[in-house]
Design a protein around this ligand. Structure first.
Ligand SMILES: Nc1ncnc2c1ncn2[C@@H]1O[C@H](COP(=O)(O)OP(=O)(O)OP(=O)(O)O)[C@@H](O)[C@H]1O
Length: 368
């Protein structure tokens, strides 16, 4: 058993011609850990995964698996299982033959292949489909087979590249449950899961690494990243938080702060490094914004739009400019009822609860 981390990326960069798809990435994933690589389209998530798998050769940096430098090894010598978005099953082979493919390529004895194929098909609940052709399976079933195929070689590392994104919403929910069960049954397997779906990342990952423009923006335990995001980008991407400009009135020594938003004073949790700044942003999730009839206290605002989304109403609002040096501040809110509120165009009062994360006001654009 090795004490070295399952995966280490040391300054790994990937260029395609003059385009940098991955800037020098330093990232360590421990054995048995599930890490989600989360970020918008084109942020470099898949490229990072391909560098681990060996499907792209880094332009610089080294990739280590359990302490061993594998940068120059081809994919099939890395002992990694990979599942991609579009299943990529061999259509002319049965389910069992697909699952046994990697073992046959390694010239494993036939009896062992049979036993192992049965075992992993059972693990993903697909034993009854062993003799079917992939064409006779639904999308979810094909993805289960693809996962079984990746697991058949008993990989120390399982890489998942948007494995659920081709499935419909209900099936995705079900597969998240399946992946959680798998994770529990394979406690030593290290999983890196690429997704742009924050709820998937929160459900499945121990840690989340947030990527943007080929760079790692932030990495940390899933719960911490959600509750106390250190950057505006993480707050906005992971939980769709409103980023409201506030004045920092006072910071106490225990991670708390008093802030002013317009005429309202509230308590906040210091989440990023403030470095003595007087201006910062408060990350306020739409579900936490209170919207009330005018004259009930709270911050004066105008209701710009309301959409009924079944469980909730999504409201677009604008805070009164005067309180924010003339700057227009838009706010999104999600409320269960709009009873007592004026029609669109009317004036309302907003409340923001105590305890929201306070983040230094320094997006990467402003730093450069
Ligand atoms: N083979 C390639 N040749 C040239 N450019 C590429 C190649 N592969 C990726 N890129 C570019 O590198 C950047 C990062 O791509 P990557 O696929 O890693 O992003 P991603 O975060 O996984 O996005 P998505 O969620 O859309 O898959 C993108 O701008 C992409 O266009």
């Amino acid at each position: 058993m090795s004490a070295a981390p399952a995966i280490q990326l040391r300054g790994v960069g990937v260029d395609y011609g003059r385009k940098t798809a991955l800037a020098d990435l330093d990232l360590t994933v421990e054995r048995g850990e599930t890490l989600a690589l989360l970020g918008p389209s084109g942020s470099g998530k898949s490229t990072a995964l391909k560098a681990v798998a060996g499907f792209v050769r880094p332009s610089r940096g080294r990739v280590l698996l359990e302490g061993r430098d594998v940068t120059d090894l081809p994919p099939h010598q890395r002992g990694i299982g990979v599942v991609v978005q579009n299943y990529a099953l061999f259509p002319h082979m049965s389910v069992a033959a697909n699952v046994g493919f990697g073992l046959r390529a390694r010239r494993a004895p036939r009896a062992e292949i049979r036993e192992r194929v049965a075992e992993v098909l059972d693990l993903v609940g697909m034993s009854a489909f062993a003799d079917r052709s992939p064409r006779q399976l639904s999308g979810g079933q094909q993805q289960r087979v693809a996962i079984a195929r990746a697991l058949a070689i008993r990989p120390a590392v399982l890489l998942l590249d948007e494995p659920l994104s081709a499935l419909d919403a209900a099936l995705r929910e079900e597969m998240v449950g399946e992946l959680l069960r798998l994770r529990a049954e394979l406690p030593d397997t290290t999983i890196v899961h690429v997704t742009h779906d924050q709820s998937e990342a929160l459900a499945l990952a121990h840690r989340i690494a947030v990527m943007r423009d080929a760079r790692l923006v932030d990495v940390g335990p899933a719960r911490e990243m959600y509750r106390t995001p250190r950057t505006e980008f993480t707050a906005a991407f992971l939980g769709a938080a409103n980023l409201l400009p506030v004045e920092v009135v006072e910071v106490d020594g225990e991670g708390g702060a008093t802030v002013r938003l317009g005429d309202a004073i509230m308590r906040a949790r210091v989440s990023g490094e403030l470095d003595g700044r007087r201006r910062a942003v408060l990350g306020v999730r739409p579900q936490r914004v209170g919207v009330h009839a005018e004259g009930t206290g709270g911050l004066p605002a105008r209701l710009l739009a309301a959409q009924w989304r079944g469980e909730v109403f999504r409201l677009d609002l604008r805070l009164d400019g005067a309180a924010h040096s003339g700057q227009e501040v838009r706010v999104r809110a999600e409320v269960a009822s709009i009873e007592g509120l004026p029609p669109v165009g009317g004036r309302v009062a907003l409340t923001v609860p105590d305890g929201c994360p306070l983040i230094a006001d320094a997006s990467p654009e402003e730093e450069t």
